[in-house]
Design a protein around this ligand. Structure first.
Ligand code: DNO
Length: 346
């Protein structure tokens, strides 16, 4: 595996030199952030990120994300133009050594939580999701850090209305249409596409979600079989679905050579509905068996990229929600240990 760390480009207040000092760190996971979704990225902007990473002794082999325009997900008339731009972006990043692109196909909203600063018993805080609070959220008036917030309230309402006509089947057909056009480009330029799990892995606000469980991945892979069509095994996202066997999924898709990227983090189920809280990475702190998941990856030949995912805010850090330095660095150290043990006892 190759250990990586998410870095939000030049606006990230975590210096690359700090990232470089985390034991075992090989590279950054980043993106061009100042271009509207759907537009082409310039060579200069990608070259600049690459030069900064190089200068810090870090690789830049993973992009998270090249976002997918809503017209592609909705199957609207302009989707071919946006797909063309997507393919251009794949070619551009490949030119600068990128090997893996993480993306998602969640309508309108990316990840959802109901509390950005859930207070934990140890005094840290973390992201959490509660079913009771979710029931009170108005999707027309929702602001969460880390999303594309470029929609005006009117645009958001019209997007939400447009999805009323889109069933799960239609959304899946639109995903296949997209993949049938981008995966051949990936095959050609040597980039692996790694779809991110829905987070959380169920429909929200009546919007369809189609990357939530094993059956979803199976049908996506059988529709477009090239191994360039793979997954970001986000343990916290799939794991929030209590019927998902994350270690089983890790084993199965690693054996198929389709786990190109793994986001490793733990969550704890907090009631008997679907509420959960993000916790430190250790198995003992949450509901997921991280050692079993890493063992499943290693035993099945996984050789993709890994990154510690969301950490808590600790040591008075006031980090970007989920993306402070300290707890992710501790997570990285723990992940190193799990992999070393799994690899030496393979
Ligand atoms: C949240 C992230 C997601 C992820 C996208 C990939 O912390 O895991 O926002 O980057 O879903 O497109």
């Amino acid at each position: 595996m190759k250990l990586t760390f998410r870095w939000y480009g030049e606006k990230d207040n975590i210096p690359l030199s700090y990232i470089r000092q985390i034991p075992g760190m090989t590279g950054v996971v980043t993106a061009v952030y100042d271009v509207p979704v759907g537009e082409a990225w310039s060579d200069e902007s990608v070259a600049r990120l690459k030069a900064l990473a190089d200068g810090a002794g870090l690789e830049m082999e993973v992009i998270e994300s090249i976002p997918v325009h809503e017209d592609i997900k909705l199957g609207r008339g302009k989707r071919d133009l946006y797909i063309e731009n997507y393919c251009k972006n794949l070619r551009t990043v490949a030119k600068y050594g990128v090997k893996c692109v993480c993306y998602n196909f969640m309508p309108v909203f990316d990840w959802l939580r109901t509390d950005m600063h859930h207070k934990n018993a140890d005094g840290s805080d973390s992201l959490s999701y509660s079913r009771a609070d979710y029931e009170k959220v108005d999707p027309n008036n929702l602001h969460l850090p880390g999303w594309d917030e470029s929609y005006s309230p009117e645009e958001l309402q019209s997007l939400l209305a447009a999805y009323k006509e889109v069933s799960h089947e239609q959304l899946f057909a639109n995903l296949v249409y997209f993949l049938e056009r981008v995966i051949p480009v990936c095959d050609e330029v040597g980039v692996k596409m790694a779809i991110h799990a829905d987070d959380p892995p169920w429909d929200i606000f009546g919007l369809p979600r189609i990357v939530s469980c094993e059956a979803d991945l199976d049908r996506m892979f059988s529709a477009v079989p090239s191994v360039s069509n793979g997954v970001t095994l986000c343990t916290g996202s799939f794991g929030a679905g209590r019927t998902n066997d994350v270690a089983g999924m890790a084993a199965k898709y690693a054996a198929q050579g389709r786990v190109h990227f793994a986001h490793l983090r733990n969550i704890r189920y907090t009631d008997d509905t679907d509420s959960f809280c993000e916790v430190g990475h250790r198995s003992a702190d949450g509901s997921l068996d991280m050692a079993k998941i890493v063992r499943a990856l290693v035993d099945n030949g996984f050789d993709g990229y890994v990154r510690p995912d969301h950490g808590r805010n600790i040591w008075d850090e006031n980090g970007k929600p989920g993306y402070g330095l300290y707890d992710r660095a501790l997570g990285a150290a723990y992940i190193n240990g799990l992999f070393e043990m799994a690899e030496k006892t393979k």
